[in-house]
Write a protein that binds this ligand. Structure first.
Ligand code: S3P
Length: 203
């Protein structure tokens, strides 16, 4: 786990964070890790931070203590991240719009919404059993239903939308970097914008 309390690194340079939001299975973690590698930023997955702090996998935490506890842990993680810049942050798919820290994070960050067709999300998710809110046995209808409940929330926050249904991880990361560079003034833009993809990785 990275040290999210640290104030060194990018803080003084004021490099904007990139925050990845979107439904489960949209590629936030895998694209986030790739972006971090390409841009030499640090990657933080809020779910992983929560797991680390509580010592419980998210599925267990939700089952044992419920969503309220999950929410408060998520708020604490986001609060700590507000002090940092130059990060790639992936936030769990069930965004809490009441979370004031999310609003504050938005001020210093470029928010990217990763999207995918419901069928694609379903195919990606059915292989795993780590998303309790989808139920033990996710169905395409459940994915569609949750997606329609959440789409508005995601879109309200997004500065840029990217459909990951049919792109590789590297392609997705490159598109985000391009957009980030267009929108954000970087102190060292050269190193970032010169990046070229070298792998064909499916999300
Ligand atoms: C959830 C998404 C998960 C995790 C939890 C709940 C959701 O994160 O926070 O299982 O309801 O969308 P990912 O979006 O990273 O899978």
């Amino acid at each position: 786990m990275m040290d999210i309390n640290s104030t060194q690194d990018h803080t003084t340079q004021q490099i904007k964070n990139i925050v990845l939001i979107g439904f489960m299975g949209s590629g936030k973690t895998v694209v986030g890790r790739c972006l971090a590698r390409m841009m030499d930023f640090e990657f933080v997955d809020t779910d992983e931070e929560i797991e680390d702090v509580t010592g419980l996998p998210i599925a267990r935490l939700l089952k044992k203590y419920g969503e309220t506890r999950f929410r408060s842990e998520e708020e604490l993680v986001l609060k700590k991240l507000l002090k940092r810049s130059g990060l790639i942050i992936a936030i769990g798919g069930n965004l809490n719009m009441e979370n004031r820290n999310l609003e504050l994070l938005k001020e210093g960050s470029f928010f990217v919404l990763l999207k995918a067709e419901p069928e694609v999300l379903y195919q990606r998710l059915r292989r795993k059993n780590t998303r309790p809110l989808l139920g033990g046995n996710p169905t395409i209808d459940r994915v569609k239903q949750l997606l329609s409940e959440r789409e508005n929330r995601y879109e309200l926050l997004a500065d840029y939308f990217l459909n990951t249904s049919d792109v590789t991880v590297d392609e997705a990361a490159e598109m985000i970097i391009k957009e980030y560079n267009k929108n954000i003034l970087l102190e060292d833009e050269e190193g970032v914008s010169e990046f070229r993809s070298n792998r064909e990785n499916k999300i």
